[in-house]
Design a protein around this ligand. Structure first.
Ligand SMILES: *Cc1c(COP(=O)(O)O)cnc(C)c1O
Length: 369
């Protein structure tokens, strides 16, 4: 018998794609547990056990819904259950555009407020638009992963709360667990009406779960709407969640991973500890970009804490930079959609560290010079 081959070094820590992001080995290992029945006491126990840490993660007193679907499924839940007739969609990149398209796809009227990629919608623009155009809901993306823009949702929510009977539906897919999201507190204490995320971004789980929270206002609205469908019906989803039951057969292995990840988050000092680490990572990229004369797509103060979108310097090609890093064993994202050639995106989200990011930036320095 030949000697066993040494195992390859742990693959964790070099995969900086802005979703799916790297999954920690401890979280991957949790998925190897045997199956349990989805109507069993063990499942009820599992769901009861994650209730409190999930509420702390979302900074809410409402139940956190966990669905077996990618995040887009919960965007659809937001629209089906939150838009009565007409929504205003703030569009500043590809994912916010998807939200707008979903409104139409669900048979509702969509008014768009577009700003150029790399920009955010500012509170005054939103107020002006809402005054001119009555709508019953607003959709927006907090951290627009395609451009690296972080919108000021706290201020935007306060504007929405100035208007009667308008719900605010928030895609927090790359912000929640990576930068502050105050589900119950923002909007001048009135809260956000629907906040959703997916498992494979800042939560650093494998893809396949979506998580969301609905306000009481939203639940009351949903009860009055037909066309909620079945899989994403908020009212029955909430009912099952309150009883610690899944709606259908859930992705059980991913629930094991979620349970383990929530425990790891608590060990890091809760969601606030996680915010601090992401803050340190985004500051590190800002320092580096200044040192090397690399420009961001978004302006200062509107940059995501989890994904940095950088302009490719004159004479360089995004494809080459991403390819050379790949050769060296590191993964980052190229630009998204129309920004494919002109930008690169570093997804420093989830369980990544400043130390690994430093190594990546050192390599990147040699490629952009
Ligand atoms: C990734 C992403 C989505 C969509 O997620 P899926 O899980 O692929 O459905 C939606 N919004 C934002 C901001 C994202 O980054």
């Amino acid at each position: 018998m030949s000697a066993p081959v040494a195992p390859p070094p742990p693959a964790f820590g070099r995969f900086f794609l802005p979703g799916p992001t790297d999954v920690h080995p401890e979280v991957l290992a949790a998925m190897q547990r045997p199956m349990i029945g989805h109507r069993s006491g063990a499942m009820e126990q599992l769901l009861a056990g994650i209730e409190a840490p999930l509420a702390r993660l979302f900074r809410t007193s409402h139940p956190v819904l966990v669905g077996t679907t990618s995040a887009t499924g919960f965007m659809e839940m937001a629209v089906r259950n939150g838009v009565r007739n007409r929504a205003l969609s703030l569009v500043n990149g590809s994912f916010s555009e998807r939200f707008a398209k979903l409104v139409r796809a669900c048979g509702k009227e969509c008014i768009r407020l577009d700003v150029p990629p790399g920009c955010a919608v500012e509170p005054d623009m939103l107020r002006d638009t809402l005054r001119r155009t009555p709508v019953d809901a607003v959709t927006l993306v907090h951290s627009e992963t395609s451009t690296g823009v972080l919108q000021d949702v706290e201020a935007l929510a306060a504007v929405v709360r100035e208007f009667d009977d308008v719900l605010l539906l928030v895609d927090a897919v790359t912000s929640l667990a990576g930068s502050p999201v105050e589900t119950d507190r923002w909007g001048g204490g009135g809260g956000l009406d629907f906040v959703l995320t997916g498992s494979q971004k800042a939560l650093a789980l494998p893809p396949g779960l979506a998580l969301g929270v609905a306000s009481e206002r939203m639940v009351e609205r949903a009860k009055t709407l037909s066309g909620r469908g079945l899989y994403f019906d908020l009212v029955s989803f909430l009912d099952a969640t309150t009883k610690h039951q899944p709606t259908n057969t859930p992705a059980i292995s991913l629930l094991y991973a979620l349970e383990t990840q929530l425990a790891r988050i608590e060990r890091e000092g809760g969601v606030e500890g996680r915010w601090r680490r992401h803050d340190a990572m985004r500051r590190r990229v800002e320092e580096w970009s200044e040192q090397h004369g690399i420009a961001y797509l978004p302006r200062e103060g509107r940059r995501s804490w989890t994904v940095s979108c950088l302009k490719v310097p004159e004479g360089k090609a995004a494809k080459q930079i991403v390819g050379a890093l790949k050769q060296a064993g590191w993964t980052i994202g190229s630009g998204y959609g129309p920004l494919k050639e002109s930008t690169i995106r570093i997804g420093h989200m989830g369980d990544h560290t400043v130390a690994a990011l430093d190594q990546l930036l050192d390599l990147l320095a040699g490629l952009v010079a």
